[in-house]
Design a protein around this ligand. Structure first.
Ligand code: FES
Length: 173
């Protein structure tokens, strides 16, 4: 899915464009430029890939090819509820992959993707450092230990109810 840039992302991309001449347009700058964009936007939207390609005078498919080679880059915006499922050894042994599958099924997206409403994204991560709580997921900044596949639905539902509540409160103001 290609996400439409929101106003803030558009403005950040415009700011980045003004900085590119300082960085230079040598091909060796490709990774640093991609890192700069990801640091500002938290992902590499298609528009940014085209900006980089034009700046370095290479094709967008070449930029995309290089970017996809490195798993530090993501191509979907992080969701408001960014779900990270730990698949380090301890969590994998305790069924982390089943938890990941449950999120993918419930949210109808694949790992590395974001729901159309940008509410959820799902990613696999390596050990997050609390193996005693395996299997572990992290949602935003909150660690959920001893996670079970059956808890996935409740967690998604709670986040959606919370969002609706916030929207109602906003309308009442
Ligand atoms: S392997 Fe998951 S927290 Fe260490």
């Amino acid at each position: 899915m290609n996400f439409v840039l929101d106003a803030q992302e558009k403005s950040l991309l415009e700011q980045i464009k003004t900085k590119l001449p300082e960085i230079g347009n040598d091909r060796s700058k490709l990774i640093p430029v991609l890192q700069l964009i990801q640091a500002k936007l938290a992902y590499l939207p298609a528009e940014a890939i085209h900006v980089v390609a034009a700046h370095l005078d290479i094709s967008p498919s070449e930029v995309y090819g290089v970017a996809t080679f490195y798993n530090q880059f993501r191509f979907h915006p992080p969701g408001k509820n960014a779900v990270k499922v730990c698949l380090g050894t301890a969590c994998h042994v305790k069924g982390g992959d089943i938890i990941l599958e449950n999120f993918e099924r419930k949210l109808e997206i694949k790992e590395g993707e974001t729901t159309a409403d940008r509410e959820f994204s799902v990613d696999r991560v390596a050990c997050v450092g609390c193996c005693a709580l395996a299997p572990v997921i992290v949602v935003g900044e909150t660690v959920h230990g001893h996670m079970q596949p059956s808890k996935v639905e409740g967690l998604v539902l709670r986040a959606r109810i919370e969002k609706e509540k916030q929207e109602r409160e906003k309308q009442q103001k």
